[in-house]
Ligand binder design. Structure first.
Ligand SMILES: [Ca+2]
Length: 139
């Protein structure tokens, strides 16, 4: 009985949607766990202004029953975005502020979050076969 309740609780936690207070700053669709089914990767914030991106969270969601359900959520992405510098990225062909899914030579693609264009201000996440891990943080 305890195991059943634990599994029920775990299921509820893993499938609960994001808080209604959350704003979606950026989202991308792509197969980030290489199972040939697309996930949605989302940057949530408690503030709709990316420049005031405190309490930002990264979430990976899978579509179940016609709705996106969060299967991973990282709350430690506490960082501000600087879209005011996107003109620099446009001039140099760099990546604008936001969220990217990049295919690499690795088995799983990179989830790349650019906070400030043309800088080392980024986070890099990647699936490792069981969960999503922060692999690199720029300066
Ligand atoms: Ca997938």
């Amino acid at each position: 009985m305890r195991i059943a309740l634990f599994l029920l609780g775990l299921t509820l936690v893993l499938t609960s949607p994001a808080s209604a207070r959350d704003y979606i700053l950026y989202s991308r669709i792509g197969d980030v766990d290489a199972d040939r089914v697309a996930e949605r990767v989302v940057i949530y914030s408690s503030n709709p202004n990316p420049r005031k991106g405190k309490s930002v969270a990264l979430a990976v969601q899978e579509k179940r029953g016609g709705q996106w359900r969060t299967v991973f959520r990282e709350k430690s992405v506490d960082h501000e975005f600087h879209p005011e510098n996107n003109n620099l990225a446009a001039q140099t062909g760099g990546m604008k502020t936001g969220l990217y899914i990049r295919k690499t030579d690795a088995r799983y693609p990179d989830i790349f979050i650019v906070f400030t264009p043309n800088s080392g201000d980024f986070f890099l996440y990647r699936y490792n076969g069981s969960t999503y891990k922060l692999l690199d943080v720029g300066n």
